[in-house]
Write a protein that binds this ligand. Structure first.
Ligand code: AR6
Length: 183
């Protein structure tokens, strides 16, 4: 796992899977401000990675604000890093939720490129327990992924959104089809 993984074709993709089973240089986690673990994809990632993840979070970080992201090793996951991104809890859309979600993705992809990652897997942040409507979240996620891939000198080549359900996958696929490909 010393070489960055690349898979062809590059770009932004959406698949249906359990994110803990998909290999990548970095796996994005939908975490909370306390970096305390929890349910949903956060619980699944911590269970699959093992206790080293929580140990490193406790040692290196004192939480993370909403819209931010931090990075750790990946324990037993088939990855080099886990990037813990904190999305917003949905209230009514009038409390900066879209901007905070955009910021969580942007910071997550920035960390991935700072660490020389080529491939990143990513869940749909905030659209589970945090209640962000997925139709509004998918365009934000995909715009940020395309913009991260288009940045000059980025190490990023492939961003795969890993959705847990067919309806969620359909929303991401529809949104992707409506967008121009990354240049
Ligand atoms: N692989 C891929 N996607 C998954 C998986 C999985 N194994 N498990 C769930 N999802 P959520 P949030 C999907 O609730 O809304 C935690 O307690 C899920 O269907 O995991 O950002 C944290 O600690 C949904 O589409 O994250 C926070 O407290 C997406 O992942 C809080 O939940 C995100 O749902 C964060 O809530």
């Amino acid at each position: 796992m010393s070489e960055p993984r690349t898979a062809s074709p590059g770009g932004v993709h959406a698949i249906r899977a359990d994110i803990t089973t998909v290999a990548a240089d970095a796996v994005v986690n939908a975490a909370n401000q306390h970096l305390a673990g929890g349910g949903g994809v956060d619980g699944a990632i911590h269970r699959a990675a093992g206790p080293s993840l929580m140990a490193e979070l406790r040692e290196r970080y004192d939480g993370c604000p909403t819209g931010g992201a931090v990075i750790t090793g990946a324990g037993r996951l088939d990855a080099r890093h886990v990037i813990h991104a904190v999305g917003p809890r949905w209230r009514d859309g009038e409390h900066g939720e879209p901007e905070k979600l955009r910021s969580a993705y942007r910071n997550a992809f920035a960390l991935a490129t700072e660490h020389g990652c080529a491939s990143v897997t990513c869940p749909s942040i905030s659209t589970g327990i945090y209640g962000f409507p997925i139709e509004a979240a998918a365009p934000i996620a995909i715009e940020e992924a395309l913009s991260a891939l288009a940045a000059p000198n980025t190490s990023l080549e492939l961003i795969t959104f890993v959705l847990f359900s067919e309806p969620d996958l359909a929303v991401f696929r529809r949104t992707l089809e409506a967008r121009p490909p990354a240049s």
